[in-house]
Design a protein around this ligand. Structure first.
Ligand code: PA5
Length: 449
């Protein structure tokens, strides 16, 4: 078994030429030079590059302490945040945890139930979450770098009220953990005034690059995962990304190959997984690449598919629809659990030919079958192999994608670290909600409704 995550584009080689690889490898190396020389656009947002080595040990220790406190005094942790202040933590917890973590017995989970909210504005979801929390002991981790985002702010107001009713204002404050900017924003002000314990989202690390900051680390530590090992994995991936030559550098190769496909008119990348636990890693990846690259009318559209599930819904299109895509598979080489298929005396379901084989053997066979079919159908295939599910390989995976994303966006000629277009809907929403300061925009929008 490999002892690191690896990138493999051998099954895409039939679709690209060695000349293209040679040209794009130079472009990827140039992009890396600009990135590491801090000469590119968005150079104030490069804190994530050294984060695995340069994090604040005092804060790291406080994260562990706070996590231990939450684990001890809470049956439920509510994690509030959206986008980059949500997806990394959820990706890690769902990848590393039990598939049914919130419903198995606490002895199996060995952590509070963890629920995410503030990632939508659904009153039904919030109400149903209140039903789940009931009158049990709970804590809140409110995560917002700007400290002003509407979705988590609403969820926070709703559950803060419940918390204060239950424990009193002071007692509630001891159960609220705010992860936000060091100085700026409403959440920072509120936390300082009310005395919440706070954790810092560094100024030079954008939301979607923040999974290895307290934004990801506190909820992940509460889930019982080992955040030291997670960081160690990221350190290893960083070493390889920064030091290896192109031929041994998966992150550079991935950035180069996806840009070749884009220039060949394949503007959709489908990130596929064959393990439900990887679903939210794909969601995290979608935000990372979508928000980093999709600007100035450029970029690959990142979509994802959970397989084999979606082979029964998207399979037809992938096999034979318009040829606009390539697929990247996150392959978990060794499953966390194994089941051997039994033999039945009467082979009523016709499955005895699989007796003695493992369920994962069937899953891997399905994966190989789909890859062969899709490449026959002119869909190039890229693979990211993950030896097994643990904190170390997850840390590697996060860093691998972050680094590749920055390189890929620089190759594309866009700033990976801003998201100016997001403001459009946010300002419209503030105007329609009647927020002070948005009167003119409101008037204009009301005419169009
Ligand atoms: O990647 C980003 O910067 C965004 O997705 C933000 O994380 C998201 O909009 C949430 O912002 P905030 O953390 O300020 O509430």
């Amino acid at each position: 078994m490999r002892n690191q995550i690896t990138f493999d584009y051998s099954r895409a080689e039939a679709f690209i030429s060695p000349e293209e690889i040679s040209i794009m490898s130079r472009q990827a190396l140039d992009a890396m030079d600009v990135l590491l020389g801090r000469r590119g656009v968005g150079k104030d947002c490069l804190g994530w590059i050294d984060l695995p080595k340069n994090y604040d040990p005092e804060e790291f220790a406080r994260i562990r302490k706070a996590a231990a406190r939450i684990r001890k005094n809470s049956e439920v942790l509510l994690v509030m945040g959206i986008g980059g202040s949500y997806l990394g933590a959820r990706a890690a917890i769902e990848f590393l945890g039990h598939s049914f973590a919130n419903v198995v017995e606490r002895n199996t989970r060995r952590a509070p139930e963890i629920y995410f909210c503030g990632n939508s504005i659904s009153s039904t979801y919030l109400k149903h979450l209140m039903d789940v929390v009931g009158d049990r002991d709970f804590s809140i981790n409110m995560i917002s770098k700007s400290g002003t985002t509407t979705e988590p702010a609403i969820a926070f107001r709703v559950f803060k009220e419940i918390l204060e009713k239950k424990y009193g204002k002071k007692g509630a404050a001891r159960r609220i953990y705010a992860t936000t900017d060091k100085e700026k924003g409403t959440l920072r002000q509120m936390a300082d005034q009310e005395g919440y314990e706070t954790f810092v989202m560094p100024e030079d690390v954008g939301g979607r690059f923040s999974v290895l900051t307290p934004a990801g680390l506190l909820p992940v530590a509460v889930s019982g995962a080992d955040i030291d090992t997670l960081m160690r994995g990221a350190v290893c991936a960083r070493e390889r990304a920064l030091k290896n030559a192109f031929m041994d550098n998966g992150a550079l190769q991935y950035a180069a190959v996806r840009n070749i496909f884009l220039r060949r008119g394949r503007s959709v990348e489908i990130m596929c997984n064959y393990e439900p636990g990887v679903h939210y890693i794909c969601e995290w990846w979608k935000q990372l690449f979508g928000e980093s690259e999709g600007k100035n009318h450029k970029g690959l559209l990142p979509v994802s598919a959970d397989l084999t599930t979606d082979l029964h819904s998207m399979g037809q299109f992938i096999q034979d629809g318009s040829r606009v895509m390539f697929e990247t598979v996150i392959n978990i080489e060794k499953p966390r659990e194994e089941i051997v298929i039994g033999r039945e005396p009467q082979d009523l379901d016709g499955l005895n030919y699989l007796a003695g084989k493992t369920v994962d053997f069937v899953n891997k066979s399905a994966m190989e079958a789909a890859i062969l079919a899709h490449t026959d159908g002119q869909v190039p295939n890229l693979m990211v192999h993950v030896p097994e599910v643990n904190e170390f390989y997850l840390g590697e995976l996060f860093y691998f994608f972050e680094f590749a994303c920055a390189i890929s966006a620089y190759m594309l000629g866009v700033n990976p670290f801003n998201q100016p277009a997001l403001d459009h809907y946010k300002k419209n929403m503030c105007a329609l909600l009647g927020k002070p300061g948005y009167e003119e925009r409101r008037e204009e929008l009301m005419k169009r409704l």
